[in-house]
Design a protein around this ligand. Structure first.
Ligand code: NAD
Length: 740
């Protein structure tokens, strides 16, 4: 069955998110609510949403809106009707009655409920209607969350469920996992339990919220919001409702009950409007003192706020064993939380699913964990886990594993999908090399490089790995969230602090050489970015021969923000692309001026569509909705390019001084308007030097090496200034730019 038209009923947070995402997939969609005014407002919200729910904002009008009384006829044409109204069973039942009276024969009807069992949702449906009814549980924000749980009932037409799953994978790019009808399904059952354990253990062990978030965060492969930060993000009041629903739905002896009990401090926070980021604050709050915004954290014992303290655990990347082996309160907390999560998740097999693998994948896709509970167990080691765990009665999974102690119990990854993912390939590939910043794999007759640093920040070793891997066709791809947030600024600042600018120059030169090498090496190089593709990360991607990009990438040359210019070939490459436009043919200054604006303002694209308008991506680059497919599509490109020939070198004719003066005029205007200050002016002037071609004239032809040289010279001038160093330090400390 083909899904060509969809109707979404309920235009709140989820309905609007689902409609926007269908629009992203070019599927005609109508959004209905009680009144057209409500659904129109929803469309406005979609348009203004940040991060944007739409990949291409110009398509907003493709989402049709209406109300459930006057416009219900659209249901007759729909192949799929998604109900996303308030979580009230009576309202949902009424809507189903109406839908099933109008829907076309065989059309799928699904609910986005997060807590009502399908048994109850479908209790008033006929056997025939039940065949086409299921739950499609999307996560918020729909465009960005990878997980979709599909819950079926015993009457379902399985072919139809499978074709819906395939549609959601191929067209909507979701990781669609089919699960049983149990409370909270997979993701929330484990995810919310994990949050509650992390929270209650922090109370019990008297950790501060910053300490708990530092442990239950990056070192555990969990997003840096940790538990208390995530509570604030979701909404403390909403979390309280979620817990009430779990308490009601789950049996009295479920360990969830123990960790879901009401906590007086939380009740007090909700009552006083401290519901999280959307309220006056939550566990964290922003306080203004002497015109300065200060982030404060609550003391779990006293309920008083004080400025947050940075907790340094000295663990940069995911490393469970380093964490649980610590002989301090952090090690104890980590073990307590991790072991409880593993115990609970494994106790639910086969009850909530007989595929433990699906639980892990649900945690990756729905909560952005780097590994799920069973991978955590694998990474700790089976023997070590059982040496340390106290008891595990009534846990079939652990009882069996404790007997066979099979360290290889895990088997394959990502069983829920037929796509040949990087996660599936890695265990089959040979790890040919590894350094502290990247791994090189060989699979069949090509190489794979995966960056392994925090946010995949790039340093000398990352470049070394890339260069060494070009002896075969190469795919640069990551399982972790970001392709690369750019050059490792801490690494660069360590040299600057010692006054060792020679080492910085050597690194940047090596970065340039590597990128040039990627572009012109004998074999094709493919970058398959997702997540952040910033600064140096973008330079690697755009100097690869092919790009296979996830549609949710955030891409930009953001170096000016830290007082630098892109110096790994970013200025050169984007300039070259703009030089190929029609406008550039009649006006030699068109391209440099355009790129001056793009890089000067550190413009970032929040999707492949935006990236293409900025020429960060080319029309021929692949734009892919399903992140899981990046590897498969890259591999296909290698197969299609057996007779690959490297591109011709680029040549530039730039106007030099008169062009630079035009750029400086723009800078002066911004300076007078106080948009930029003294150092902004200096950075702008260096960018102008690079993009105008330096000491050149329009008749003179410049090579790529000339442009690389200009980038390097300007970069070095800037990094040696105190004000650029101040900018870098500020960004490293706060994550925000310093305007100086
Ligand atoms: P919401 O309150 O933001 O929106 C609900 C919408 O339904 C409102 O616009 C309301 O006007 C509309 N509505 C109410 N009665 C209606 C009717 N009879 N006909 C048409 N529209 C009607 O709710 P939400 O957060 O979008 O949640 C929708 C569903 O998705 C719920 O079942 C919820 O459990 C589930 N869910 C929510 C989230 C989340 O994070 N918010 C996540 C997953 C699932």
């Amino acid at each position: 069955m083909k899904i060509k038209k969809v109707v979404v009923i309920g235009s709140g947070t989820m309905g609007s998110g689902i409609a926007a995402h269908l629009c992203n997939a070019d599927v005609p969609v109508t959004l209905l609510d009680l009144t057209t005014e409500i659904s129109e407002k929803a469309r406005e919200r979609i348009h203004k949403s940040r991060p944007p729910l739409l990949i291409d904002k110009t398509k907003i009008d493709k989402i049709k809106v209406g109300n459930i009384n006057d416009d219900f006829d659209v249901v007759k044409d729909a192949d799929w009707v998604v109900e996303a109204v308030v979580e009230r069973i009576d309202i949902k039942h009424n809507i189903y009655e109406k839908i099933f009276k109008s829907r076309k024969a065989g059309a799928i009807v699904s609910s986005n409920t997060s807590s009502i069992p399908i048994k109850i949702l479908s209790e008033k449906l006929s056997e025939d209607e039940k065949k086409d009814f299921c739950i499609t549980h999307f996560f918020n924000p729909v465009r960005y969350m990878g997980l979709l749980e599909i819950v079926k009932n015993e009457n379902n037409d399985l072919d139809k469920i499978n074709s819906l799953k395939k549609f959601c994978e191929d067209e909507l790019g979701k990781g669609a996992i089919v699960c049983n009808d149990t409370p909270g399904f997979l993701g929330n059952r484990i995810g919310v339990f994990a949050m509650q354990v992390a929270m209650t253990e922090a109370f019990r062990m008297k950790l501060s919220i910053e300490e708990a978030d530092a442990v239950f965060g990056r070192p555990m492969g969990i997003p840096k919001t940790g538990v208390f930060g995530l509570y604030d993000l979701i909404g403390i009041d909403l979390m309280s409702d979620v817990l009430k629903s779990f308490i009601k739905e789950l049996s009295q002896n479920d360990p969830f009950q123990e960790v879901a009990k009401e906590i007086p401090l939380i009740t007090k926070l909700i009552e006083s409007g401290y519901t999280g980021r959307k309220g006056k604050g939550g566990f964290y709050r922003m306080n203004k003192q002497n015109n300065q915004r200060i982030l404060e954290a609550i003391n779990l014992e006293t309920g008083k706020y004080s400025p947050t303290k940075k907790i340094e655990l000295g663990i940069e990347t995911v490393n469970l064993n380093l964490l649980i082996d610590r002989k301090d309160k952090y090690g104890e907390y980590a073990w307590s939380v991790i072991s409880k999560i593993i115990k609970y998740a494994s106790s639910l097999v086969p009850g909530i699913t007989d595929k433990f693998n699906d639980i892990d994948e649900a945690m990756r896709l729905g909560f952005n964990w780097a590994m799920g509970p069973f991978e955590m167990l694998k990474s700790i080691g089976v023997q070590k886990f059982f040496d340390r765990i106290d008891n595990f009665e009534n846990n079939q999974f652990l009882e069996k594993l404790s007997k066979n102690k099979d360290e290889n119990f895990y088997g394959e990854r990502q069983k829920y999908t037929d796509i040949e993912t990087l996660g599936k390939i890695k265990p089959k590939a040979i790890k040919v090399d590894k350094n502290k910043s990247a791994d090189i794999y060989r699979f069949k007759d090509y190489n794979i490089v995966e960056f392994t640093t925090k946010a995949c920040a790039l340093d000398y070793d990352s470049m070394d790995a890339l260069k060494n891997a070009t002896d075969k066709p190469l795919i640069i791809i990551n399982e972790s969230m970001q392709f690369s947030a750019g050059v490792n600024l801490t690494y660069t600042m360590d040299f600057a602090d010692k006054g060792d600018f020679k080492s910085i120059e050597k690194f940047i030169k090596y970065f340039q050489d590597t990128c040039k090498h990627l572009k012109y090496s004998k074999y094709p190089v493919i970058s398959a970015p997702s997540g952040l593709v910033l600064g140096g990360g973008e330079e690697v991607a755009i100097q690869s021969n092919f790009v296979v990009a996830h549609t949710n990438i955030v891409m930009g040359l953001v170096e000016t923000g830290v007082g630098l210019v892109p110096a790994g070939g970013g200025c050169k490459e984007v300039l070259w692309r703009w030089c190929q436009t029609e406008e550039a043919k009649s006006d030699p200054d068109f391209a440099p001026l355009k790129v001056f604006n793009i890089i000067g303002y550190a413009t970032t694209a929040t999707s492949t569509v935006e990236a293409e308008t900025l020429k960060f991506l080319k029309p021929k680059d692949k734009k892919v909705m399903n992140r899981n497919s990046l590897f498969e599509i890259s591999k296909k490109l290698i197969e299609e390019n057996k007779n690959f020939k490297p591109p011709e070198e680029c040549k530039f004719n730039l106007s030099g001084k008169p062009l630079k003066e035009k750029m400086i005029k723009t800078l002066e205007k911004l300076y007078n308007e106080k948009v930029i200050f003294d150092h902004g002016m200096e950075v702008g002037k260096e960018l102008a030097t690079v993009l105008s071609g330096g000491d050149t004239s329009i008749e003179k032809t410049l090579s790529e090496d000339d442009l690389y040289k200009l980038e390097l010279d300007s970069f070095m001038k800037l990094i040696e200034t105190k004000k650029t160093q101040d900018r870098i330090k500020h960004t490293l400390a706060t994550g925000k730019p310093l305007v100086n």
